[in-house]
Design a protein around this ligand. Structure first.
Ligand code: SF4
Length: 224
């Protein structure tokens, strides 16, 4: 489901420039009606695919009344502790939180500045874990963070039940500021170009993926 579309931030890596730039909320009664329709069809869990699920009290109170479970993706630094509590009470069981870097410098590089320090962000994540069953902190490899400090931070979070991935390499998504800075406006070969660049630049891609992906051009040729 979507309670909103777009995002008011401009992180360099985020593919939002084309269609998801302006943040706009859907009317709460429309979201409620859609949710009620799903519930009457037997649905017990929904995922809000909003680019950024922001802390709106009216939305959470509406969802809470319906006794459903749901997941979200968000920036945890925008959630004050009382709103995190309300999120848990409303039935949220899964949070994917883009932290991206454990340093101010790294977040600055990715245009993901936060008013909170890394320590405060960690505290918000741990607070969330006390109210929500699954909490994930996403990290990107911005090349600014000390790998030992990253491992220590991940271990600290894991000890408290919050999953933080090994920093993943940045994919220059067509439609992201990063792509535009490198190659200008996306054209018909934008995805092939971005994918080839990504495969050539990195040897490993994620701690839950051992295989090396094939190139897009190769895959497209195989499918003909
Ligand atoms: S990464 Fe998240 S906060 Fe940054 S622009 Fe994209 S949706 Fe917004």
């Amino acid at each position: 489901m979507e309670a909103s579309r777009g995002c008011p931030y401009h992180c360099t890596f985020c593919a939002k420039d084309n269609f998801r730039n302006t943040f706009r909320r859907r009317p709460i009664d429309v979201v409620a009606k859609e949710l009620d329709g799903l519930i009457s069809a037997g649905v017990e869990y929904v995922y809000f695919i909003d680019e950024i699920f922001l802390p709106y009290r009216d939305l959470l109170e509406m969802v809470a009344l319906r006794g459903i479970k749901f997941g979200i993706q968000t920036r945890i630094d925008l959630w004050k502790p009382d709103m995190i509590d309300l999120l848990g009470d409303a039935g949220c069981v899964s949070i994917e939180a883009g932290v991206e870097s454990i340093t101010e410098q790294g977040r600055y590089q990715l245009a993901k500045q936060s008013k909170l320090s890394t320590l405060e962000i960690s505290e918000r994540l741990l607070h969330a874990k006390r109210r929500v069953a699954f909490v994930q902190a996403n990290l990107l490899d911005c090349q600014a963070d000390d790998p030992i400090a990253v491992e220590e931070w991940r271990a600290h979070l894991h000890e408290h039940g919050v999953w933080a991935n090994k920093p993943v390499p940045l994919f220059p998504y067509p439609g992201s500021p990063d792509y535009t800075l490198r190659w200008g406006k996306p054209d018909d070969l934008a995805w092939e170009r971005a994918h080839e660049f990504y495969l050539h630049q990195f040897d490993s891609f994620s701690d839950i993926q051992d295989q090396r992906p094939a190139g897009l051009v190769q895959l497209e040729a195989a499918g003909r």
